[in-house]
Design a protein around this ligand. Structure first.
Ligand code: FUB
Length: 450
C-alpha cells in the first residue's frame, strides 16, 4: 500500500492528536538513521530511506531535508544513492555529512560487490548535492563490520572517522577528507567506557551496538550510540580526548515501547541556542523495524555537561523562528501532511504530487505580520481543483480558495492567484486540497503578497 493513504493512522500509533503531532517529522516517505548538519543558518537533515512495505532492510538511497525553524522541513530530494558508487551493490545504511573548505563530504556504508560492508565517501560543492563518489573505491574496509560512520573535525583541524558494529573503530582522516593516515584503531569496548559487560565481543555487548555520533562540546568529547542489542536504546560516553579513553555516562533514550523500531540511531546538534536529539521510530502508519521514521526532541545539557534522559514525544519541538510567507516557499516545506507525496522533475525540482480531495499540508508558525491580501501558487494539472487556504487547523477559518485549472499537463506549470481575507500575525497555515476524485494537480511553490 502506498504510504500516502495510510499516514493518517500514525496519530493512533504514536498517541498524539492530529493537531499536535509533529513526530515523525517526515510523513511523505519512510526515513531512518538521521544525520543532521548545521551549515550557516540551516539544518540539513540527511537520512536513510526505507522502501515502502519492506520486511528486511531495503535501502537504495539517502534523502536530504532542510529547515530553518526545526518544524517545517523542506524535501530536497535524493542527492546520493548506491548507484553513485560503481563498486557498491546495496544497503544505503547510516552515514554523516560534514563541510570542509567549501566542500561537503558524506561518509556512507554500503555492501561492496565482493567485499561486504565498506565505507565510501561522496563529495559535493553544495550541501544538497548532487554528490559524486570521491574515490571510485571504498575509503574504509576492515572486514570487521564497517557500518555507520560518524565524522568530526577537531579544533586543531584533525578530522576523525569513527564507525562500526559490533566493534567501534576509528581513523584519523587527512586534510583532504578522502584518505587517512595510520592504522585503523579498534576502541576497547569495556565496562568503564561503554558499559559492555562481556569480554567476548561475540556475545552481544550490553551497551555499545552501532550508530556512533561523535562531537565535542566545551572541551568534552561525546560519543552517542545505539546500545543494548534488540531492541536498541540510546546511550552515550564521554572523553577528554578525541581518541578516548571513554567513560560510560548513561542511557539518553530508553527503548521506545510504543511505536518503536528494533533499531534506533542518534544524531545530535545545537541550533539557534537549543540542543536536539534526532532518532528514529516505527510509528508512521505501515511503519516498523524496516519502515522507520525520523523524529526530533529537544534537551538541555546539565551544568556539568551530562545529558538528561530524553523522552520520545509525538509533539516534538517548538519552532525556533517564524516562516516568512512573503517570499517563495516550496510546497514541499511541510510540518505535517496527510495524503500527499513528493516527486522531482527537471522543470520544477521537488514538488508535491498525488493530491486527492481532502488531503492537506500544514505549515507551522507563519508570520503574516500586518496582513496578507493575495495568495499565489505555482501548480500544474491535467484535471483541476482548489487549494483552500485555512488558518490554524484543517477546518479553521477559510482565508481563500485558489483554483488550479487544467494547465495542459502534469508538467505544465502555471502560477495562479486569489485574494485572501486580510490575515495578520502568526498562524499555522493549512492548504486543504479540494476537487473531484483522482489526482487533482501538482503543487510546486506558494507565496503571499501584502
Ligand atoms: O539503517 C540500517 C542500519 O540500521 C543502520 O546502519 C543502523 O544504524 C541501524 O539503524
Amino acid at each position: 500500500m502506498n504510504i500516502r493513504k495510510i499516514v493518517v493512522q500514525v496519530i493512533a500509533l504514536f498517541a498524539a492528536t492530529g493537531a499536535q503531532a509533529q513526530n515523525p517529522i517526515i510523513q511523505t516517505v519512510y526515513t531512518a538513521d538521521p544525520a543532521p548538519m548545521v551549515y550557516k543558518d540551516t539544518v540539513y537533515l540527511y537520512t536513510g530511506h526505507d522502501e515502502d512495505k519492506s520486511t528486511v532492510f531495503v535501502m537504495k538511497d539517502w534523502l536530504c531535508f532542510t529547515s530553518t525553524d526545526m518544524v517545517n522541513w523542506t524535501h530536497r530530494g535524493s542527492p546520493l544513492s548506491v548507484k553513485t558508487f560503481s563498486w557498491a551493490k546495496q544497503d544505503a545504511w547510516a552515514g554523516q555529512c560534514i563541510p570542509r573548505n567549501g566542500k561537503f563530504y558524506w561518509y556512507v556504508p554500503m555492501t561492496h560487490e565482493t567485499m561486504g560492508m565498506s565505507i565510501g565517501v561522496a563529495v559535493s560543492d553544495s550541501p544538497a548535492g548532487p554528490f559524486k563518489d570521491a574515490l571510485g573505491k571504498p575509503l574504509v574496509h576492515s572486514g570487521k563490520g564497517d557500518i555507520d560512520p560518524t565524522v568530526f573535525i577537531d579544533d586543531d583541524g584533525q578530522a576523525y572517522l569513527y564507525w562500526g558494529n559490533p566493534y567501534l573503530m576509528y581513523v584519523k582522516l587527512n586534510q583532504d577528507m578522502i584518505s587517512y593516515a595510520g592504522e585503523i584503531v579498534t576502541v576497547p569496548l569495556n565496562k568503564e567506557g561503554f558499559n559492555v559487560r562481556y569480554k567476548d565481543i561475540d556475545i552481544r555487548p550490553s551497551a555499545y551496538e552501532e550508530g556512533p555520533w561523535f562531537y565535542k562540546r566545551k572541551n568534552l568529547y561525546y560519543m552517542h550510540y545505539a546500545a543494548g542489542g534488540v531492541p536498541e536504546h540510546l546511550a552515550y560516553s564521554t572523553s577528554t580526548s578525541p581518541i578516548g579513553p571513554w567513560v560510560y555516562r548513561d542511557t539518553t533514550m530508553r527503548i521506545i515501547d510504543k511505536g518503536g523500531a528494533f533499531t534506533n540511531h542518534p544524531g545530535v546538534i545545537g541550533y539557534k541556542g537549543k540542543s536536539y536529539l534526532f532518532y528514529h521510530n516505527g510509528a508512521l502508519s505501515g511503519g516498523g523495524g524496516f519502515t522507520r521514521s525520523v523524529c526530533v526532541d529537544g534537551f538541555q545539557y546539565n551544568k556539568d555537561g551530562s545529558i538528561p534522559r530524553i523522552t520520545p514525544t509525538a509533539e516534538g519541538v517548538k519552532p525556533v523562528e517564524n516562516l516568512n510567507p512573503f517570499i517563495r516557499q516550496e510546497a514541499e516545506t511541510i510540518a505535517w501532511e496527510e495524503g500527499i507525496e513528493t516527486e522531482r522533475s527537471i522543470n520544477a525540482g521537488v514538488y508535491v504530487t498525488e493530491i486527492s480531495n481532502g488531503d492537506f499540508i500544514k505549515v507551522r508558525s507563519v508570520d503574516f505580520k500586518n496582513g496578507a491580501g493575495i495568495f499565489q501558487a505555482n501548480a500544474s494539472s491535467a484535471s483541476g481543483g482548489f487549494i483552500e487556504i485555512r488558518a490554524d487547523s484543517r477546518d479553521g477559518e477559510l482565508l481563500g480558495s485558489c483554483e488550479v485549472k487544467n494547465t495542459g499537463g502534469l508538467q505544465s506549470w502555471t502560477t495562479v492567484s486569489t485574494k485572501v481575507n486580510k490575515t495578520k500575525g502568526v498562524h499555522d497555515l493549512y492548504f486543504v486540497f479540494k476537487g473531484n476524485q483522482g489526482d487533482l494537480f501538482n503543487f510546486n511553490w506558494w507565496k503571499f503578497n501584502k
